[in-house]
Each structure stands twice: as C-alpha cells, then as structure tokens.
Ligand binder design. Structure first.
Ligand SMILES: [Zn+2]
Length: 153
C-alpha cells in the first residue's frame, strides 16, 4: 500500500528490532492518514530536494507500535507511536545540513537533531514530526548525550 508517490506502508512499519523480537508493527487503520501526511509533507519534500532516496541504516525508523516503542526504550509519548514522526538521513548529506533544510523549508511540528557529534557528519539522525489538523509548533531542538537544547548547533 502506497502512502505517497515514493513511500509505502511497508516502509513505515519496517523495523529490524520488531522482526528480531517477533513484534507485529502493523499500525491501526486510523493511523494511516497520519503516516501519509508525514510521507507527503516531510519525506516527499526531502526526497525531491536532494533527488535521492532517504535512508536510515537499512530502513526508516518511522511508525512504532507500543510494544516496539517499549522494546527500544522510546519515550511513552513518542510521536512515532502516534504515526506523526519519522527519523531520516540522506546518504552523503551531513545530518546538520539535513536538519537545517527541514528547519528552513518545511512545515513541521518538531525537529530534533539527535546524537550528532560535529566530528562525524553522518553521526546521529534527524527526527521530524508533522501533524494534520492542528497548528504545528515548529519546535527545533538538539538532543545529545541525554541533553536537550533549543535550536541547532
Ligand atoms: Zn525519532
């Protein structure tokens, strides 16, 4: 099932961890429009800008059912569980640059540059959420070594 031109439901629910643990990471039907909104407003735009597929170590980290979220130690209120967030990387693009692109060009709810260390451009990843039907916060954060700070480095 296709969520947008280039992104599928299979990608939204793919997770090595879920497979390892035998967790069924199929989202409830009601969340599919949210996943499609993220695909349309975030993933398609990032893909169109860089002209290459989005990668994340063998799969996007996108939807997480409760069991999967617990298994990876995610925050209970994580937007991944609500189908509103995705973690992205684009091969060859430093994650700080990707984060700046999202900040400057896309409409989003929350953007977090996670575990980027400044020495290795490919370190960490970029967490982005988008929500249909309510005002998006446009919040920008950096999260590193367990510490959250405002803005990007
Ligand atoms: Zn995330």
């Amino acid at each position: 099932m296709r969520l947008s031109r280039h992104f599928t439901l299979a990608e939204a629910m793919a997770s090595n961890k879920a497979r390892e643990r035998g967790i069924d990471n199929t989202p409830p039907e009601a969340l599919i429009p949210r996943l499609a909104f993220v695909a349309e407003t975030i993933l398609e735009r990032v893909r169109a800008h860089y002209g290459i597929p989005i990668v994340y170590d063998g799969g996007l980290s996108w939807y997480r059912c409760d069991a999967l979220n617990r298994a990876i130690g995610g925050a209970p209120t994580s937007q991944h569980v609500k189908g509103e967030a995705v973690d992205i990387e684009v091969r060859g693009i430093p994650n700080i640059e990707l984060a700046r692109f999202v900040r400057d060009h896309l409409d989003f709810d929350q953007l977090i540059l996670e575990n980027w260390n400044g020495r290795d451009p490919s370190s960490g990843w970029v967490h982005v959420s988008a929500v249909a039907g309510r005002k998006m916060r446009g919040e920008v954060l950096t999260y590193r070594n367990g510490v959250k700070s405002r803005g990007l480095p």
